[in-house]
Ligand binder design. Sequence first.
Ligand code: F6R
Length: 261
Amino acid sequence: MQVVIRSTKADASWLVAHMVASAIRENPSIVLGLATGRTMERVYEKLVQMHKEEDLDFSLARTFNLDEYIGLQPDNVNSYRYYMNHHLFDHINIDKRNTFLPDGMAEDLGVECGHYEKMIKKLGGIDLQLLGIGRAGHIGFNEPLSALQSRTRDKSLTPMTISENSGEFANPADMPRRAITMGVGTILEAKRLLVLVTGGTKAEILAKAVEGPITSMVSATAIQLHGNVQVVASDSAATLLTGREYYDWIFDNEPEWAEYR
Ligand code: F6R
């Protein structure tokens, strides 16, 4: 795992957008794993800008989102399908038929989850998975005690996640209590993980995820099991990391980071 700390949320988001763009340029038919949430908004804004100003080409890209609320229609403003269209897909040259999210309206959720797993495999697996971390320690909606080998399934959300996200709903009580999420095991099968964490409210959970013991109580600690992970954090999110001096040294000296310095 490599950890890169940038001074602001804007700088951290800029770096992640450039890393994603460089992966797309290297492999135009890339399979991207995408996340939603407030953290990713600036990343998508920057990718849209790069599409418009630098011809970043999404025409061959395929995408799979981590999760979707159960019971929201795709055109509901709080659905993750709506979020992705609004923040990214409507503004770039991606073929929407190549953009996949779990169907939270499926009659049989078990069948839908199995189908989602099969689609990921059919397209060759995820090349680059973007991740945020929730304050409950989740990646996707893998709430505490999610098995480290879990697969795509429906999950009940924790009170902390409900209180974190319900402010996004016009009527907070309308927030669904359940979601479909890729499993921790599904996420760990991606060839590369790129994690973005910003803001002081995430400092405690970031320190646990990166430097704490691996435990299903904090699903994000599972990223320590993966061999190709970059974590990008803002200064405010990185305050409780004990290894900062070493992380900064790697970024400042290792040749692979030269293009981003
Ligand atoms: C959403 C997702 C979640 C978020 C996490 C952080 O698709 O996968 O794990 O990344 O809840 O959300 P924000 O960025 O809103 O703090």
